[in-house]
Design a protein around this ligand. Structure first.
Ligand code: IVH
Length: 671
């Protein structure tokens, strides 16, 4: 990466111009919009800091969009407007406050929400109920006449449906506005076919839909299955359409698709719920959406609020956080995990992706870095979806200045200088084999104290590091020997916080057995395995004494896991650790299983649940006395079927005769 702003600006402009050409001229973008936006915002930032470097050819200086040649240009009877974007729930609340101030005389009003279909806007004109013309948005005032192409779209009614509710609307000119989209599955099969024929792949459904409509050959358009999703009616004379809710119901009556998910929202709380629901459910739709549209439902108030620039005041587009952006790899360091795994981690120029700031991203291992050719100083594409861990997708090679450095995996552990090794030939992960490596101990202590394990309040990474550096703890058991005086001495603590920590530790001297087993950090023993082990052996001592066959026969535990457990208990360092716990009177307790309406029933969940996480569902099943299993067995009573379920699970359930229930039924059972 070049530190000279002039050179960096030049490089960014060149790259952005290339993307813009691919997108607007070739209709064949090679990058996502988010990547373009990421580079564009860096350019805007640099130009704001160095206004003397702004030139006429900068993409930041481009205003308006052009109309392509080849189609007849048509003036819109009424301007096709856009929407103001908002990016957070706070923005939405601020908008509601503004609207309320703007409409002080309105007695009461409500809102209307819909999914924001990610396609291209199009206006359809009907004359006495017959489809006569289709016009793209263009610059809002004038668009392109794409009638022949749009006529091929099966969901565009060629004649409006004449029913009781619509008969007054049909005479004369009627304009219907909506979005043309390509369904995700059609996009995927189109790309699969292109791949087979050795053709370039299309970037996303929206650009493909837009490119398709702007084809001059309508036969080609007909081959692509596009859809028209309506969202507005512009009648020639204002008819009885006092609310958007009513407009949506008329759209369905007229024979249009697109009104399925519209919902009346009575207040800001309903809007927030609408946002939460769709943030989770968006992937379940057949087409892509890039946000939600929220508007004032009452059309007279909507119109009274007016328009600023090209956006109505009484509506906003809530945009889902972008899942990609670009940033710079400032450095790469190696982090040593609990099991000794040495993982290269990229330190990034902080950047906002999918609603949070990303500053670091795991690069997995050195072969992965070499495969992607990620170098220190590179501008890279970052991907992060919701709560998923951020990932470096690829470097942007064209933005290299020549000063980037290739990363070399160190030969020794950066913490204890032990030579890194690989467990097996051909394995990708390097490990620090030193079980007493301070980095490994630190991670073990953090894991032990973490929420999923013993859950000691106030014992996060920073405090663990401080306690280790002060020489107060070396392993998990040492935590229990800490005194108030010792902790109080440290810079990070005051009277109250020191006392709080000591109390939190003492409260956890008899942790539940499954949490304790999980907290030990035995390789391959996750939460569920720990629960299965606790339910089978009832105490740490009997697990410690159990032979391999007994451990391996526990539901969900195989040979590999059993061997890892046995190896852990035979290690002398670990035996010392367990002795230390004993001396400090730390004893894990096996709680009797909760009795409840689900006592004795065994559950497995497959697929994604929409209203709760799998962990929460598992907890609730256990709270009601049920058993949560990690894999389907002959003894499983219920298979809870979520979304996106593979056929093999269902086949197995049918074979075993397991009862299949949906999420709503599970809800009722655990309510
Ligand atoms: S209402 C003033 N509803 O998003 C325009 N628009 O970024 C009022 N869009 O111009 C439009 N889905 O092309 C509305 N359910 C929906 C929409 C939607 C997609 C498009 C539309 C609009 C653009 C604004």
């Amino acid at each position: 990466m070049n530190n000279d702003p002039k050179k960096r600006i030049q490089a960014l402009k060149k790259q952005l111009a290339e993307y813009s050409y691919e997108y607007h001229v070739l209709d064949a973008p090679t990058q996502s919009d988010a990547v373009y936006d990421g580079l564009m915002s860096e350019l805007k930032r640099l130009e704001a800091d160095h206004p003397e470097l702004i030139t006429a050819d900068s993409p930041t200086q481009r205003v308006g969009n052009e109309i392509s040649k080849g189609f007849k240009s048509v003036s819109h009877v009424s301007r096709m407007l856009s929407l103001n974007d908002v990016f957070s729930e706070e923005d939405v609340s601020a908008w509601i406050v503004r609207i309320q101030k703007l409409l002080p005389h309105a007695k009461s009003f409500s809102f209307y929400g819909d999914v924001k279909k990610d396609g291209l806007a199009c206006s359809l004109i009907y004359q006495d109920g017959v489809f006569t013309q289709a016009v793209t948005r263009g610059d809002g005032f004038k668009g392109e006449d794409v009638t022949d192409n749009v006529r091929t779209i099966a969901s565009v009614p060629l004649r409006l449906r004449h029913v009781e509710a619509t008969k007054v609307l049909i005479p004369g000119r009627l304009e219907i506005r909506g979005e043309i989209v390509m369904y995700k599955k059609d996009f995927e099969s189109l790309n699969a076919a292109r791949k087979k024929s050795g053709l370039d792949l299309y970037a996303n459904p929206r650009n493909t839909a837009a490119g398709t409509i702007r084809q001059l050959d309508s036969k080609l358009v007909a081959e692509r299955k596009l859809h028209f999703l309506a969202y507005d009616i512009l009648p020639e004379n204002a008819r009885d359409m006092s609310t958007h809710s009513h407009v949506y119901s008329l759209l369905s009556d007229l024979g249009f698709k697109g009104a399925e998910y519209g919902a009346q929202l009575k207040d800001s709380k309903a809007i927030q719920t609408f946002i939460h629901t769709w943030s989770k459910k968006r992937d379940s739709l057949p087409y892509e959406i890039d946000g939600l549209v929220i508007k004032v439902d009452q059309r007279d108030l909507y119109d009274a609020a007016g328009v600023v620039g090209k956006n109505p005041r009484a509506a906003v587009a809530y945009k889902f956080p972008a899942e990609q952006s670009t940033t710079i790899v400032k450095d790469i360091f190696v982090s040593i995990g609990r099991t000794g795994a040495a993982t290269p981690v990229a330190i990034l120029e902080p950047v906002r992706v999918a609603g949070s700031t990303v500053q670091m991203a795991t690069l997995h291992n050195d072969s992965e870095i070499a495969r992607k050719d990620i170098r220190i100083g590179d501008t890279v594409i970052i991907h992060k979806a919701g709560d998923i861990i951020p990932e470096v997708v690829a470097p942007m090679v064209s933005l290299r200045s020549g000063t980037e450095k290739v990363f070399h995996m160190p030969k020794q552990c950066p913490e204890c200088e032990t030579t890194l090794t690989k467990e097996k030939e051909g394995e990708a992960v390097w490990r620090c084999p030193n079980v007493r490596c301070p980095a490994r101990s630190q991670k073990h202590i953090e894991h032990f104290a973490s929420k999923g394990a013993i859950d000691i309040d106030g014992l996060g990474e920073k405090n663990v590091v401080a306690l280790i550096e002060a020489g107060l703890i070396k392993d998990q058991a040492d935590i229990y020997a800490l005194t108030y005086e010792q902790v109080r001495e440290l810079d990070r603590f005051a009277d109250v916080s020191a006392q709080k920590l000591i109390t939190a530790i003492q409260e956890k001297k008899n942790p539940p057995l499954e949490r304790f087993i999980f907290g030990l950090g035995i390789r391959h023993v996750g939460t569920q395995t720990a629960i299965d082990l606790a339910n089978t052996f009832h105490s740490l001592e009997s697990l410690q004494k159990a032979p391999l066959e007994d451990i391996a026969s526990v539901n969900g535990v195989g040979e590999v896991v059993a061997e890892s457990i046995l190896a852990w208990f035979s290690d002398t360092t670990n035996q010392e650790l367990l002795n230390k716990f004993k001396k400090l009177h730390v004893t894990a307790q096996h709680a009797k299983k909760a009795e409840g309406p689900l006592s004795g029933l065994k559950f497995v969940i497959t697929g994604t649940l929409t209203n709760m996480s799998r962990d929460i569902a598992a907890d609730q099943i256990r709270n009601k006395g049920g058993v949560f299993q990690s894999s389907l067995g002959k003894d499983t009573d219920y298979l809870v079927v979520g979304e996106n379920v593979g056929a093999s699970k269902l086949k197995k359930a049918a074979e075993y005769g397991t009862k299949q229930i949906d999420e709503a039924t599970l809800h009722k059972m655990i309510a």
